[in-house]
Design a protein around this ligand. Structure first.
Ligand code: PGA
Length: 255
């Protein structure tokens, strides 16, 4: 069976004390929930400066893994203000979100740049969580599938089979992010199944079957169970609801 995942994307939220308090609450609640080894892999993705402190609270070999929200495409060098995948790996990150729609929109990250970031992350030993998803305009124009197929082809499918094995995909319809408007379970399942088909034709049936495809976009403690019950939804990438310990832990245990 495919591994389930729930990743919390804290975005540009929380100070150090707030992040420490939230992490401690999540760790404690998961302990109380008897979150067993067959349960979802949990990943927390805080802002860069919070990573070491959050990582210490999660502990070595703990049940919750650490992830970053971005990385630079170069290994090192004169790129003031940027952070390399190698550095992230050295401070305990195992995952990195790449291609989030906010990065695509506000920082002009395109599929070509993202394809380089994916390479850099994989070379450093990080597992990328590669985000795709259409705008409302694209959905209303009935172009969702073409748009997502292009994001996958141009951004992701240049990877070798071996590299692709490490990748998680997140389907995040832009119109559902932070809006309180969730994709219906049927809409989510339809796109997830389409993404899996695309993986099967770019790689093979085994790769498609093994790839975790997460849903993101106003996923919360109330709707997670229904979304996660869909055959091609392997968990979630959670924004707003990951900032509340009880809600996040409820989502983590919604399988
Ligand atoms: P949201 O964000 O859960 O607040 O909609 C999801 C995301 O952007 O990853």
């Amino acid at each position: 069976m495919r591994q389930k995942f729930v990743a919390g994307n804290w975005k540009m939220n929380l100070t150090l004390p707030e992040a420490q308090a939230l992490t401690s609450e999540i760790v404690q609640m998961l302990r109380d929930e008897q979150h067993g080894p067959e349960a979802a892999q949990v990943v927390i993705c805080p802002s860069y400066p919070l990573l070491p402190a959050v990582g210490r609270l999660l502990g070595e070999g703990g049940k919750v893994a650490l992830g970053a929200q971005n990385c630079h495409q170069k290994e090192s060098g004169a790129y003031t203000g940027e952070v390399s995948a190698k550095l992230l790996q050295s401070i305990g990150c195992q995952y990195v979100i790449l291609g989030h729609s906010e990065r695509r929109q506000y920082f002009h990250e395109d599929n070509e740049l993202l394809s380089q970031k994916l390479k850099a992350a994989l070379a450093a030993g990080l597992r990328p969580i590669f985000c795709v998803g259409e705008s409302l305009e694209t959905r209303e124009a009935d172009e969702t599938f073409d748009f997502i197929a292009k994001q996958l082809k141009d951004g992701l499918f240049h990877l070798s089979n071996e590299e692709f094995d490490k990748v998680l995909i997140a389907y995040e319809p832009i119109w559902a992010i932070g809006t309180g408007k969730t994709a219906s379970t049927a809409q989510a399942q339809e796109v997830h199944a389409f993404i899996r088909e695309q993986v099967a034709s770019a790689y093979d049936a085994e790769a498609a079957n093994n790839t975790a495809i997460l849903y993101g976009g106003s996923c919360n403690a109330q709707n997670a169970r229904e979304l996660f019950s869909q055959p091609d939804v392997d968990g979630g990438l959670i924004g707003g609801a990951s900032l509340k310990s009880r809600d996040f832990v409820t989502i983590v245990t919604s399988f």
